[in-house]
Design a binder for this molecule. Structure first.
Ligand code: SF4
Ligand code: SF4
Length: 195
């Protein structure tokens, strides 16, 4: 059991070294155009459903290790300051603690902050009441140091459990170039049939 596990880890680490070289090679075409990504994503909905099943049959630890390496390499090649699409399209959850912190930072009374910027979502959680986010200006976050946990975490490819979260990954595949490229590279590395 442990030998098996160590074997997978070893192979995953070896794979990550190869991956870094693969992604930096000129023949890999990193996509960053949101229109192109959106069109490709619409064509690949069914393919991604198959890929989800494909992933479920594989070692989740190995998948996580490959995804960690891919997201590091892809993130270096995508300029989030030019993209900003998550800030324009995500439903950001805001906790009471975050509300108070950002309200203080923006010199806004908490009640006013809540009524101006937030709404109650279906689950009862507070969410930003507008897309793009109120705090996005010239494609930059104006409260970057105090931005919300959901903003800090996204696209969350550094977190374990990629296979379990793949349904959520699919939801953001058409809007986040980092996610799109990581998923496409993962298909290639795992020799999954791609279009
Ligand atoms: S708070 Fe900042 S990082 Fe978060 S969605 Fe708004 S603009 Fe983007
Ligand atoms: S995390 Fe994704 S959607 Fe957000 S700015 Fe970066 S590439 Fe764009």
């Amino acid at each position: 059991m442990w030998i098996n596990r160590i074997g997978w880890i070893g192979r995953a680490i070896l794979a990550t070294e190869i991956l870094t070289l693969t992604i930096l090679s000129p023949e890999f075409d990193i996509k960053s155009d949101l229109n192109e990504i959106s069109l490709l994503a619409a064509c690949r909905e069914e393919e991604n459903d198959h890929f989800r099943n494909f992933l479920e049959a594989r070692d989740p630890l190995m998948i996580d290790n490959i995804v960690f390496a891919l997201q590091e390499a892809v993130t270096q090649q995508i300029d989030c300051k030019k993209c900003g699409n998550c800030c324009k399209s995500l439903m950001i959850v805001v906790t009471q603690e975050e509300l108070e912190k950002v309200a203080a930072k923006t010199n806004t009374p908490s009640d006013e902050f809540k009524s101006s910027y937030l709404a109650e979502g279906l689950s009862g959680k507070l969410i930003m009441n507008a897309m793009p986010c109120h705090f996005l200006s010239d494609n930059q976050c104006t409260i970057y140091a105090e931005r919300f946990a959901g903003c800090r975490e996204f696209p969350a490819l550094h977190l374990p459990g990629f296979t379990n979260r793949f349904f959520t990954v699919q939801m953001h595949y058409d809007r986040c170039p980092i996610i799109f490229n990581v998923v496409e590279l993962l298909k290639k590395e795992l020799l999954f049939f791609t279009t």
